[in-house]
Design a protein around this ligand. Structure first.
Ligand code: CU
Length: 140
């Protein structure tokens, strides 16, 4: 019932994280007169972030300090998900029901995987560190 709302909120959060300063600059149009250079930088950042969110649901899961960020993420069925491992340890993103599995991702490396084609909630974990958990929610 709140799928669309939650997708929008997730997207906004991603954009906010990707460009914390941009959110401030872009929030009030009156501030653009103070620095046109800052504005163009903001636009570039925002374009990159929004195309990642709306362009077919490309999404990124970051692994940091033995945790998935965000731990809960919503994507469209069949979309591409990039997993960035920012730890030095090797991690995986593996569905509890094996609907998807990145295999080992070395420290500092990235991999992509394809979200399941079936909508639903897919809990996942790291096969190397079973205490690491996240949930991938797939919408049609
Ligand atoms: Cu791990």
């Amino acid at each position: 019932m709140r799928r669309l709302t939650s997708v929008a909120a997730t997207g906004a959060a991603v954009i906010g994280l990707a460009s914390g300063l941009a959110a401030c600059g872009g929030g009030s149009s009156s501030s653009s007169s103070s620095s046109s250079t800052t504005t163009s930088t903001t636009n570039t950042t925002r374009t990159t972030a929004s195309s990642a969110t709306t362009g077919g649901g490309a999404t990124t899961i970051t692994i940091q300090n033995f945790a998935y960020r965000p731990a809960t993420i919503t994507v469209k069925a069949g979309s591409t998900i990039t997993v960035k491992n920012q730890d030095s340890a090797t991690h995986t993103v593996t569905a509890d029901n094996n609907a998807f599995d990145t295999g080992n991702i070395s420290g500092g490396a990235s991999k992509t995987m394809t979200a399941p084609s079936t909508p639903g909630s897919f809990p996942y974990h790291c096969t190397i560190h079973p205490f690491m958990h996240g949930t991938l929610t797939v919408t049609s």
